[in-house]
Design a protein around this ligand. Structure first.
Ligand code: C2O
Ligand code: CU
Length: 450
């Protein structure tokens, strides 16, 4: 694939084309589809004017294939190329994007879907992939070049004004009554969180971040996806021929908008919904052993109104050690970064690990969001189980690689540190990441790299 400047019709006529950066001239880039167990080899040519890399988000690659500049590889210089090669160990819905100057490179259109198929997928009539993105466009439908402005960095990131599905502002999508669709949702936006209401339909979630989950209806009826998160769902088209179902994004209160319409053909595909099973086979992930776990606390703080939230939460975090850490963070917040993990903002390239974990051990992270904002927290090289939220066990102990934390929320995750190397651990609101909300987790130990 070649990353290069290009043009695309994000907004339909009468608007013109938008200059973007794209893989193989397309936004999103090509859908890469392989079978679980296949070996992937992707050559990336850098045709943009700055260094780049490609990160295979959610895929458990060896560390050297993870695409993090300076940490796992030398960045790909303009005009140069790099070959990524690794096994597709887990089936599921993944995506790829640069990990260099991400706010700009992803924000200008460099991203694409990576689908790793199960040997025996669930039966459906049709599969759809929706790569969601959110752009900040000018009146002339050019990408606004105010990347990394201080307001975006300190608040909820670069939330834009134009939402696309697969690189285009959608109008309607043709469906048939009785049809069963497997819908793969990928949030490729820098900062926008989606909360989709499929009004009248009853989506069944079958995978999160590529990993199978016990099939269930989305909590409170909304399909919530923070940046970088994915969701596979089974959608039965239960309305009548000729009708239209509107999909509404309700995440930001008062800013609800109609995302797309599902337009039913005049003739039904079948009467009623099929009764085919919807459960996906599990991926080969090591099960955390909680009795033998190494435990760490991770606190996120900073941002606008951060000091206020920290002061409020101070009481509940008031043992000696974290009390001292809070004081320390207060001081450091006057420094260079805006967002902090355990009091540190990552501002340079090479980073000392935040945590070092012995290979093969289970690690439990108790994470506290001591900020006034949502953060989708992503760990590279591993999937983790989400054990609890605010002390309440989760219903499905879901596997994720990116977990959305609400303001003031406490989330406990567990994983086996079985992939050696230095792994990024960061907020996937790209402006937060750029303003310090990132660290490195080192998995050390002898033995072969996977
Ligand atoms: Cu989508 Cu650090 O990655
Ligand atoms: Cu964040």
């Amino acid at each position: 694939m070649r990353a290069a400047p290009g043009r695309t019709h994000l907004v339909p006529e009468p608007y013109g084309e938008t200059p973007v950066w794209a893989y193989n001239d397309a936004v999103p880039g090509p859908e890469i589809r392989v079978r679980q167990g296949d070996r992937m080899r992707v050559v990336i040519d850098n045709g943009i004017d700055e260094e780049t890399t490609v990160h295979w988000h959610g895929v458990r690659t060896p560390n050297a294939m993870d695409g993090v500049p300076h940490l796992t590889q030398v960045p790909i210089a303009p005009g140069e190329s790099f070959t990524y090669e690794f096994d597709a160990v887990d089936a599921g819905t993944f995506w790829y994007h640069p990990h260099q100057n991400s706010t700009v490179q992803v924000g200008r259109g460099l991203y694409g879907p990576l689908i790793i198929e199960e040997a025996a997928p669930v039966r459906v009539d049709r599969e759809l992939t929706w790569v969601l993105d959110d752009w900040r466009l000018t009146q002339a439908v050019a990408i606004s070049d105010d990347f990394g402005n201080r307001h975006d960095l300190m608040h909820n990131g670069r939330v834009g004004n134009t939402v696309t599905i697969n690189g285009r502002v959608p109008e309607s999508i043709a469906v048939r009554a009785g049809e069963r669709i497997r819908l793969r949702l990928i949030n490729a936006a820098n900062a926008r969180i989606f909360g989709l209401d499929f009004s009248g339909l009853e989506p069944v979630v079958i995978a999160l971040d590529g990993q199978p989950v016990t099939p269930h209806a989305p909590a409170d009826g909304l399909v919530t996806l923070g940046p970088a998160m994915r969701m596979d769902m089974i959608l039965d088209m239960t309305d009548r021929p000729g009708n239209r179902t509107t999909v509404v994004d309700r995440f930001y209160q008062g800013l609800e908008y109609r995302l797309v319409e599902l337009a039913y053909a005049e003739t039904a595909l079948r009467e009623g919904a099929p009764d085919w099973p919807v459960e996906l086979p599990a991926n080969p992930l090591a099960e955390p052993d909680l009795r033998d776990a190494i435990r760490h606390e991770v606190t996120f703080n900073g941002g606008m109104m951060g000091q206020m939230v920290m002061a409020e939460m101070g009481g509940s975090m008031g043992d000696g050690a974290s009390g001292g850490m809070m004081g320390n963070m207060m001081n450091m917040m006057h420094g260079q970064g805006i967002w902090f993990i355990n009091g540190k903002a990552a501002t340079g390239h090479v980073m000392d690990p935040l945590l070092t974990l012995p290979r093969g051990r289970t690690c439990v992270l108790t994470m506290t969001n001591a900020t006034a904002w949502h953060h989708p927290i992503h760990l590279h090289g591993h999937s983790f189980r989400v054990l609890s939220r605010n002390g309440q066990p989760t219903a499905h102990r879901e596997w994720q690689d990116t977990v959305l934390m609400a303001p003031r929320e406490k989330v406990e995750i567990a994983f086996v540190a079985d992939n050696p190397g230095d792994w990024m651990f960061h907020c996937h609101i790209l402006e937060h990441q750029a303003a310090g909300m990132m660290g490195v987790i080192r998995v050390s130990g002898k033995g072969e790299r996977i």
